[in-house]
Ligand binder design. Sequence first.
Ligand code: HEM
Length: 382
Amino acid sequence: MAYSTTTTTVALQVAGLLLALTAAAASANMMSGPAAPVNKSCVTGRAGAAVSIGYGGARASAGAGVSLGAGAYHATCPQAEEIVRAGVERAVAADPRMAASLLRLHFHDCFVNGCDGSVLLDDKPPFFIGEKTAVPNANSLRGFEVVDAIKAELERECPETVSCADLLAIAARDSVVVSGGPTWEVEAGRKDSRTASLQGANANLPAPTSGVATLIQKFRNVGLSAKDMVALSGAHTIGKARCTSFSARLVSGAGVSFSTAADMGFLQSLQQLCSGSAGSALAHLDLATPATFDNQYYINLLSGDGLLPSDQALASPLGADMPGGSDDVDVAGLVAAYALDASVFFQDFAESMHQMGRLARGGGGGGNGEVRVNCRVVNSSS
Ligand code: HEM
C-alpha cells in the first residue's frame, strides 16, 4: 500500500486562525529565519493534518556533495516511506514513548555535523569513539533497535539505497504524525557519515540548564533561528526526562522561580518523584497530555509547568526580548502565540523541522558520505 497523506488546507482568512495570527503578529513580524523558499500560503486548521511547505520546486543543496529533494526515493525505492512508517507505527504501538525517542534521535543527529546518521554509529574502542557517550546522549538516547529493524527491512527491499540519515528524518516526521501532530514532506538524499564527533555532540547540543540566550546561540551556531528554537522546543510536548535533567528545577530560588501555589504543587510532586531515585526516575515533559503531539507544552509554560529549566525559561520575562542579529524574536510572545493556537505552532514546527533536516556538515565534508548497510557501522569497502 502506498503511503499517502491527507492534506487539508484552509484559507488564511479562517476566523480563528486570523485571531491567532493577530496575536502572533508582534513576534512574527520580528522574525526572519534562515533564507529558504518556504511557501506559507497553506496552513491547516486542525491537528493531525498536513502542513504544506513549498520547496520552491527545486532541489535544495544541503552542503557539498549532498542534494536533497522531495520524493528522492520514488524511483529507487518507492516503498521506502511506507516501510519506515509501518516500522514507526509498530514500535510506538509496543512502546508509546518511542515516538518521542525517534524524534529526538533526528535532532541529536542533525546538530552534530548535520543530518548524517553520525549519532547511530557504535563505539569501537579504542579505535573509534562516536557520539553515544556524549553527555546529552549517554543513558538517555533510545530507539537504536527500532532504527536497526527498519533499516534491515529497507535493506531487504532496496539494498544500499536508503541512508540511515534519511531513515531518521522520515521516522521523526512519522513519530510526530502518529502522536497527532502535523505532517510534512521529508526531503531525502542525505548521505551517512563515516565519522562522528563526541566533542561536537558535547559542544553543540543545548543543555537543559541553558538560558534563553544560550539556547538561541546553540541554534544559531548550526544555522537555525531563534524562532526555530522556540518552535522545535515544542517537541517536548511528548516524551520523558530523567530527574537528573531537571534537578535545577527542584531547588526553590535556583534557576526558574516558582511563584504561585500551583507552581509549588508541581515542584513538590517532582521532588517526591525524584527523591531517592538517584536521578533516573522519569517525568513526562508535558504533564497534561504526555503522549499527544499538541500545543499543550506551551500552555504548560504559561502556567509555570515546564519541566526542564530550559523549557520554562522560554516563558520567563527574561526571554521576552532577546536582542541579537537579524532574527530578533519575542521568545515569550511566540510561546503565547503557540499556546493560543495549535495550528500556528504546527505550521512553524513543520517549517523548522524542514530547516533542521537540511543541516549539513560545513566545509564540504558531505562528499565523503555513503549509504550505510548497517546504521551502527560504516561500510567496510567504501
Ligand atoms: C531547545 C533546546 C533543547 C534542550 C535543552 C533539550 C533537552 C532535553 C533533555 C534534557 C531531555 C531529557 C533527556 C533525559 O533526561 O534523558 C530531552 C528530551 C527530549 N527532547 Fe529535547 N531538548 C531541546 C530541544 C529539542 C528539540 C529541538 C527536539 C526535537 C525536535 C527535542 C526532542 C526531545 C524529545 C522528543 C524528548 C523526549 C525523548 C524521550 O522520551 O525519549 N528536544 N530534551
